[in-house]
Design a protein around this ligand. Structure first.
Ligand code: AMP
Length: 226
């Protein structure tokens, strides 16, 4: 069972706002499990599992994968890895997912302590997404302007091929932003009546955004979230 010291939080925000980048920074700083439904789904696609085969077409188009599939993945990961705290990255993305998460955590007696809502202007989101590149082998992110690999097209960490995600192409980006407004933004209202929600300005460099995230992590309503 998660102890009182465990941090249980979710990172929320539109595609391209930097959830993955910030989640890795929090994971390293706080030593908690980083649970990314997007990473889990990409792994399922790469492994050719049944879930992966089902999810791929949705992901390539920038659509949401059906709730039942994603809820099962997220709750399973929380059960396996989240005992001493976790940061959810890209989950929940619909009100049904938020509801399922709340119910599961309430049953465990370990509710979310914090939902960080990352915010940035839309033109910055589009710039980040369209310039993003990723290592096809180890998943490390690059950006053609702000963080290019030392050798073009090759990963600095593992030498794998650095590619553009199918869903970072212009048509899919437009679709993801539309889907976010329609299906995911309403989750903010779901949490708005709840004191765990905190807005964080996610524009600018990743280390500056991380300082803002750490600041809210330290105190929620004057109380430590640990
Ligand atoms: P991400 O890496 O978080 O941007 O996720 C990539 C893609 O995986 C999304 O565009 C969706 O197709 C799918 N996905 C990830 N998380 C979820 C979720 N919580 N609900 C539905 N689909 C998801």
């Amino acid at each position: 069972m998660a102890g009182d010291q465990a941090i249980r939080m979710a990172l929320f925000g539109p595609p391209g706002v930097g959830k993955g980048t910030q989640a890795v920074l929090v994971e390293n700083a706080e030593g908690i499990a980083h649970i990314s439904t997007g990473d889990a789904l990409r792994k399922a696609v790469a492994d050719g599992t049944e879930v992966g085969l089902k999810a791929k077409a949705y992901m390539d188009r920038g659509e949401l994968v059906p709730d039942d599939v994603v809820i099962a993945i997220a709750l399973d990961s929380i059960g396996r890895e989240g005992r001493s705290g976790f940061i959810l990255d890209g989950f929940p993305r619909t009100v049904a997912q938020a509801d399922a998460l709340d119910k599961a955590l309430a049953e465990l007696g370990t509710p979310l302590a914090l939902v960080v809502n990352l915010q940035a202007p839309e033109d910055e989101l589009v710039r980040r997404l369209s310039g993003r590149r990723v290592c096809a082998r180890c998943g490390v992110n690059y950006h053609i302007e702000s963080k290019p690999p030392a050798v073009p097209g090759k990963c600095d960490q593992c030498g794998g091929d650095v590619i553009q995600r199918e869903d970072d192409r212009p048509e899919a980006i437009r679709n993801r932003l539309r889907v976010y407004e329609e299906k995911t933004a309403p989750v903010i209202s779901y949490y708005a009546g709840n004191s765990v929600l905190r807005n964080v300005d996610a524009s600018g460099a990743a280390d500056m955004v991380f300082e803002r995230v750490e600041a809210v992590l330290k105190t929620v309503n004057g109380q430590s979230v640990r």
